[in-house]
Write a protein that binds this ligand. Structure first.
Ligand SMILES: [Zn+2]
Ligand SMILES: [Zn+2]
Length: 373
């Protein structure tokens, strides 16, 4: 029997390589040979026991790979950008399956498929049942017929393509601040808009890069790590504010001094720290937009003064994942951006070092760990 190695989380804090039989693909499915997979903050949360999942789970939802084998009906059942697919094609796959099409959300708000409760997501669904390989911390990923697959443009490296998923998260957060249809400047995000980004870990850095890519003016990065702030400048931040060096009042004064005394047009919270949301609300200008994309986990609450929301006439948006097609503009940006995108990959490791990769994520000068199975 040919076997496949996959890093399996048996329970929080316990991850090890396990062998699985190499599956035959169903008529509508394909088997993907994983080339590169990113370690995400949520993998770390999972490892730390902050996610309630049906164990065991093979983590890994940010990946690229090569089609190893494909069922005869896969091109008919899957949604494919750049298709049809054949063996040997280089692709990335949206981790979330297609929405069910039948639930309340699918019927009423089909343009927000990420609200469908009946989706399954690679890297978070259980690997208990055959064919098991539903996460990308593995030599192979089993891609069922309800997948959304994108062929990689020529010239885009496998490693860079593994950044598509977190970039899609960031692009969607920026897109939430757009004000479609408004015919005058000063509403929402737009060319020259002044933006604040609270927290510049990998998602915050991709938010900075997306803002720059979409024509932002001043981009003010706020973080407590001098290294991350320096890196944010490489991705297009124009000003940086170090939380650990300035008091709350001092940093507000600083940010107001760069924004005509009114505050940024758009503030995006990507730190995942409740206090950063409250500070973002304090900083955003009246009539501005505040976007929350940092809280995929739940670290607790913060006190909000509703009067501020009312008086500021501010728009507050949550941003949860993305519609699947967000991967297309993310790939396009990865292909064309002049920013040194690959520099965000600070660690490259073999699959056997998955535990070390998870442990180093979110510490010191680590930005993105890529595993190469
Ligand atoms: Zn992720
Ligand atoms: Zn649904």
């Amino acid at each position: 029997m040919v076997t496949v190695q996959a890093a399996t989380m048996l329970q929080p804090g316990e991850i090890a390589l396990r062998e699985y039989p190499k599956p035959e693909v169903a008529e509508d499915a394909l088997l993907l040979k994983i080339a590169a997979v990113g370690v995400c903050g949520s993998d770390k949360h999972m490892y730390a026991g902050k996610m309630n999942l049906p164990w065991p789970v093979i983590p890994g939802h940010e990946f690229s790979g090569v089609v190893e084998s494909i069922g005869p009906k896969a091109n008919g059942s899957m949604k494919i950008v750049g298709g049809p697919l054949q063996e040997g094609d280089r692709v990335t796959v949206v981790p979330g399956s297609q929405a069910c099409g039948k639930c309340w959300y699918c019927i009423h708000v089909p343009h927000r498929p990420q609200l469908c409760p009946n989706r399954s997501v690679f890297g978070f669904r259980t690997s208990a049942e055959a064919p098991h390989l539903f996460g990308a911390f593995s030599e192979y990923l089993y891609v069922p017929g309800d997948a959304f697959v994108l062929k990689l443009p020529g010239g885009l490296s496998m490693e860079r393509a593994a950044l598509t998923e977190p970039l899609a998260v960031a692009q969607r957060a920026v897109a939430r601040a757009l004000a479609p249809g408004v015919p005058y400047a000063g509403e929402g995000f737009g060319s020259g808009a002044r933006c604040g980004v609270m927290g510049v870990g990998p998602i915050g850095l991709f938010v900075v890069a997306s803002l720059r890519n979409m024509g932002a003016g001043e981009i003010i990065a706020v973080d407590m790590s001098e290294e991350r702030l320096a890196f944010a400048k490489k991705f297009g931040a124009t000003q940086t504010v170090n939380l650990s060096k300035l008091s709350r009042e001092e940093r507000k004064e600083q940010i107001l001094s760069w924004t005509d005394g009114v505050g940024p047009d758009v503030v995006i919270e990507a730190a995942g720290v409740p206090a950063a949301f409250e500070e973002g609300l304090d900083l955003v200008r009246r009539g501005g937009k505040l976007v929350e994309v940092g809280h995929y986990g739940d670290p607790g609450g913060v006190e909000i003064r509703p009067h501020v929301v009312c008086n500021k006439d501010v728009d507050i948006f949550g941003s949860w994942a993305y519609p699947q097609i967000q991967f297309e503009p993310a790939l396009d940006m990865l292909l064309r951006t002049p920013l040194p995108i690959d520099d965000i990959i600070t660690h490259r490791m073999p699959l056997s070092q998955v535990q070390a990769g998870i442990e180093v994520t979110g510490t010191g000068d680590c930005l993105k760990v890529i595993l190469e199975p």
